[in-house]
Design a binder for this molecule. Sequence first.
Ligand code: AMP
Length: 194
Amino acid sequence: MRLILLGPPGAGKGTQAKILTEKYAIPQLSTGDMLRAAVAAQTEVGKRAKAVMDAGQLVSDEIVNAIVSDRIDQPDCAGGFILDGYPRTVPQAQALTGMLKEKHAELDAVIELKVDEAALIKRMENRVAETIAAGGTVRSDDNPEAFRKRLVEYREKTAPLSDYYAGTGELKLVDGMAAMADVTAEIEKLLLPA
Ligand code: AMP
């Protein structure tokens, strides 16, 4: 099962990806998590990405394409994977199409979580409050200013991917405003034939 989860920041991609990885026993490939790990480890990529991420902007296609290409070659991706937060631009989607073709692999579905943008800021604030209550560390880009910038980046650069994947016939839409378990059930229903 090779799956892409699309949707704006705070749509629930990460939450759904975590649930689906258990069900299908395939890894969640979150480019955001991979980049945050690179920042924490202070690698060259991490050093280049940190300021861009903190400002809510997108890291270069070149960096994320290289990270994903390496990652999907790892043995644990042989049975499939769930891409969460990648691709985020049309050139990334084109690069992924090329990568998969080269590896003779195909996508099973691209699932877009449709959400009401006004609700997203509230979700981000809740996520921050829950993280603090659990004694965790709040993401440096989970603040209103960076979050708004992430939404603008989404609208300008990522939203066009809906058309890209509608064009390939792989796009499926799910109501991301429904309760978490209902969103999962809806996704699973769409994946049944896969
Ligand atoms: P996320 O955890 O998916 O919300 O990503 C957090 C941040 O990491 C984003 O705001 C970007 O700065 C960066 N990032 C994650 N994935 C990508 C991607 N596919 N392309 C460019 N930047 C990305």
